[in-house]
Design a protein around this ligand. Structure first.
Ligand code: SF4
Length: 339
C-alpha cells in the first residue's frame, strides 16, 4: 500500500494512543470521535504507541492483548483503514531510530521542564530514562511522517511545542528537513471522570469501557458524582456544577439538555433518573461499536491484516525520512567512496 495522489494533497496528521486495552469513554470523547471526523479532510496516521507503553517497564504478558483490544476499538468506532494509515508503533522500528537521532538536538533541560515529567518522576525512587526521554519519541512519531498537524488536548500542547523546537533545532543544525507541526486543539476540553474530579482515565477507574453492555454501562454511570450541594431529592440542583450534566452535553439534544437543566434546578428530577438517561444515551450511541467490535473479535485475522498493511504503508514513508535524516547527519559512510 503506497501513498495515493489524494494523500499527497491533504495535510498529513499524526496521532497515537497508548494500548491499555479496550478504549473508554474518555478516549472516545477526547480523541477517537474527532479522529473519525478528521479522516474526511486529512491524510491521517493513527498509531497504537506500544513503544510508549514500555517507557517505565509494563507488563509483557498483558501488552499484546491490550494492543489487539485497542486496535479492535479503533476499528469499531470507525477509524477506517481505507482512508487512514492504522498500525502499531513497534512494527515500524524507524520511530525508535529517529528518537535516538533526535537526542542529539534535544537539551536535557527542555525535557526536565515538561510538566508531565515533573508529575510522573515523583512516582519513582529511581526515574527510568524513558520517563525523561518520552517526549523525544513523541517528536520522532510526528516528524518521521513530516506531519503538518497534530490533534492534541491542552495537556499535550507542551510536548507538541517541544516537537516544534526539536524540528527547528534539527533544521538549523543539519539543514531544512522537518516542517513544524501545528496543533489542532479540540473543542471537547478536559473530559472529567465519573468521580467529578480527575481526568477520565482507565487507571483511575473513573470511566466507562467503550464496548460495555448496557447493564455494565449503568453499573459505572450510577456511581457518578453529581452536584455536591444536592443532597436530598428536594434540593434544587446546579447543572453547571454537575459533571453528569457535562457528560449529557455530549449525547443529549439541545431540547433535552434544556429539560434536564430545568428539572434539575426545580428539583423535579432526581439524580438517579438523570444518570439513567445518560447511561441509556451512552449505551445506545455505542451499540454499533459493540456490534462491529464483536465482528473483529471473532475475526482476529482481519485485524492482523489491517495492522500489517498499515505498518507497511507507514514504513515506506518512514524509511524515506530516515534516509534523508541519516544522510544529513553523516550516517552514510559510503559517501566517502564517492571520490
Ligand atoms: Fe446533576 Fe442531573 Fe442531579 Fe442535576 S439532576 S445534579 S444535572 S445528576
Amino acid at each position: 500500500m503506497t501513498d495515493t495522489p489524494a494523500d499527497a494533497e491533504r495535510t498529513r496528521v499524526f496521532s497515537g494512543m497508548q494500548p491499555s486495552g479496550e478504549a473508554h469513554l474518555g478516549n472516545y470523547l477526547g480523541a477517537l470521535r474527532r479522529w473519525v471526523a478528521m479522516q474526511e479532510e486529512y491524510d491521517c496516521i493513527w498509531c497504537i504507541v506500544d513503544d510508549h507503553a514500555i517507557t517505565a517497564g509494563g507488563d509483557p504478558v498483558e501488552l499484546p492483548g491490550h494492543t489487539f483490544d485497542l486496535a479492535v476499538s479503533f476499528l469499531a468506532v470507525g477509524l477506517d483503514p481505507e482512508r487512514a494509515t492504522i498500525f502499531v508503533q513497534s512494527d515500524v522500528p524507524e520511530h525508535t531510530e529517529l528518537a535516538w537521532l533526535l537526542n542529539a538536538v534535544t537539551p536535557v533541560g527542555d525535557l526536565e521542564r515538561m510538566t508531565q515529567y515533573k508529575d510522573k518522576s515523583q512516582r519513582f525512587e529511581s526515574v527510568p530514562a524513558g520517563v525523561l526521554n518520552y517526549p523525544i519519541l513523541q517528536a520522532a512519531d510526528i516528524l518521521l511522517y513530516k506531519a503538518g498537524a497534530v490533534p492534541v488536548g491542552e495537556d499535550q500542547r507542551q510536548h507538541l511545542e517541544l516537537t516544534r523546537e526539536i524540528a527547528r533545532r534539527f533544521n538549523a543544525t543539519y539543514g531544512e528537513t522537518f516542517p513544524e507541526p501545528e496543533a489542532l486543539i479540540g473543542q471537547a476540553g478536559r473530559i472529567v471522570g465519573l468521580d467529578g474530579d480527575a481526568k477520565m482515565s482507565k487507571s483511575l477507574g473513573n470511566t466507562v469501557p467503550l464496548l460495555a453492555e448496557p447493564d455494565a454501562v449503568w453499573e459505572r454511570v450510577r456511581t457518578a458524582v453529581t452536584d455536591p450541594q444536592r443532597v436530598r431529592l428536594s434540593d434544587p440542583g446546579r447543572p453547571e456544577h454537575c459533571n453528569v450534566f457535562s457528560l449529557h452535553r455530549h449525547f443529549a439534544s439541545e431540547e433535552e439538555l434544556e429539560d434536564i437543566a430545568t428539572q434539575c434546578r426545580a428539583a423535579t428530577r432526581g439524580c438517579v433518573d438523570c444518570k439513567r438517561i445518560l447511561s441509556d444515551h451512552i449505551a445506545d450511541a455505542f451499540a454499533p461499536y459493540r456490534e462491529r467490535a464483536a465482528h473483529y473479535t471473532a475475526h482476529p485475522g482481519e485485524v492482523r491484516d489491517i495492522l500489517e498493511a498499515g505498518a507497511e504503508k507507514a514504513r515506506t514513508r518512514a524509511k524515506e525520512t530516515l534516509r534523508e535524516v541519516r544522510s544529513r547527519m553523516g550516517l552514510d559512510w559510503r559517501r566517502a567512496l564517492e571520490g
